[in-house]
Design a protein around this ligand. Structure first.
Ligand code: FPP
Length: 225
């Protein structure tokens, strides 16, 4: 049976969820943040799941209206500050990935604080992808190792990436069937699951069903049965 040790999620559909209810798009992000907490809590209690990587803000999301970007920054800042005690209670280590230098100094400080305060936690790793794009991550990795004199190996390259663990199961909510520049290297052998549910409606029950299906899939990694 497969184990979904590393689950990655593209949390799409917040804006549409809000618009469908006649609310402003940002209300969808607020509702989405609640689901982040529920899913993280669930994963932290699972015996099998080691890492949960969530696509919270992409390198392309800066193109959104200024007010929406500002709202997302504030939401993230508040979320991390408010939830620090629950990271500790659940023994969850927070490991952000992405190019954090683009954020305001105060948001960088909050991110760094949660990372440091949870560094000793040895349960689930919750990794938020923040100002993250896989192409950017790959370029940054190449620049880190380009002076290396010996030929670059898969392990060396992988260790130069922000996220060093391959993804087992990649889920995208919101109905689109694409990877949108998320974990392109790490998802090389991931099972992909696309669902129409909008992120704020995504439930633990759905996640359990997706994991159960994943456990039955035969993964050959390019080999034979
Ligand atoms: C995609 O929905 C979602 C995002 C760009 C941001 C994800 C953010 C959250 C889930 C909430 C904040 C997270 C944390 C950790 C506090 P969309 O806006 O593209 O939705 P749409 O496709 O319906 O427009």
């Amino acid at each position: 049976m497969n184990q979904a040790k590393h689950i990655a999620i593209i949390m799409d559909g917040n804006g549409r969820w809000a618009e469908l209810q006649g609310l402003k798009r940002v209300k969808g992000h607020e509702a989405g943040a609640k689901v982040v907490k529920e899913i993280t809590t669930y994963c932290s209690q699972s015996q099998d799941i080691e890492r949960l990587t969530l696509y919270a803000f992409s390198t392309e999301n800066w193109k959104r209206p200024r007010l929406e970007v500002e709202f997302l920054m504030k939401l993230l800042n508040n979320y991390l500050k408010k939830e620090l005690p629950s990271y500790l209670d659940l023994n969850v280590r927070f490991e952000p990935i992405g190019d954090l230098g683009a954020f305001s100094k105060s948001l960088q400080k909050t991110i760094q604080n949660v990372k440091e305060k949870t560094a000793h936690c040895d349960g689930l790793v919750q990794s938020l992808a923040l100002n993250y794009g896989a192409q950017d991550e790959i370029l940054r990795a190449i620049n880190k190792i380009k002076e290396c004199e010996s030929p670059v190996t898969e392990v060396m390259f992988s260790n130069a990436l922000d996220c060093k663990q391959n993804v087992d199961l990649l889920i995208r909510t919101g109905g689109d069937h694409r990877l949108s520049n998320f974990l392109l290297w790490q998802a090389a052998y991931a099972e992909l699951h696309f669902c129409n549910t909008l992120w704020p409606d995504f439930t633990i029950k759905q996640l359990e069903a997706i994991i159960q299906d994943f456990e039955q899939v035969e993964r050959r990694f390019g080999g034979l049965k």
